[in-house]
Design a protein around this ligand. Structure first.
Ligand SMILES: [Zn+2]
Length: 140
């Protein structure tokens, strides 16, 4: 595996954050910080009733998809209207946002698919500066 070990919906929106997760990084576990095209790195998070996560840039308002079950080949997303609510941890308190994506081990005849994640965790920086897990979903 080389670059782009994150789902396509995060293209141009991430920077490597492996150094913040010592001992947690592996070939199958990738860590990134969410960054906006405007340079902003503080976001408010929104979670939906279909387990989607959006990060809204505190500087320009752009909404970045952090997690969406419609984007992963092994996942099934419930149909119907999707309702988002603010995540309490960042409501009116924009924070740096970090993600961990897990990939499953590949069989010998499988080709790596960057969208084929098996797990997603989302972290924010707490007031004390520690990383706090605010979302955790097994994709498939
Ligand atoms: Zn922005």
């Amino acid at each position: 595996m080389t670059m782009h070990e994150y789902p396509e919906h995060l293209d141009n929106c991430v920077e490597d954050a492996s150094h913040l997760f010592p001992g947690k990084v592996s070939d199958l576990h990738k860590h990134y910080q969410i960054v906006c095209h405007c340079g902003g790195s503080l976001f408010e998070l929104f979670v939906s009733d279909k387990e989607s996560v959006l990060a809204q840039c505190a500087t320009c308002g752009t909404r970045i998809v952090v997690y969406d079950l419609a984007s992963y080949p092994a996942a099934v997303k419930l149909r119907g209207e999707e309702l988002f609510r603010p995540l309490a941890a960042t409501e009116n308190r924009p924070s740096r946002v970090y993600v961990r994506y897990e990939y499953g081990p590949l069989d010998a005849d499988q080709v790596f698919d960057r969208n084929d994640i098996t797990w997603c965790q989302v972290f924010v920086e707490s007031v004390s500066g520690r990383l706090e897990k605010v979302f955790d979903d097994e994709t498939a």
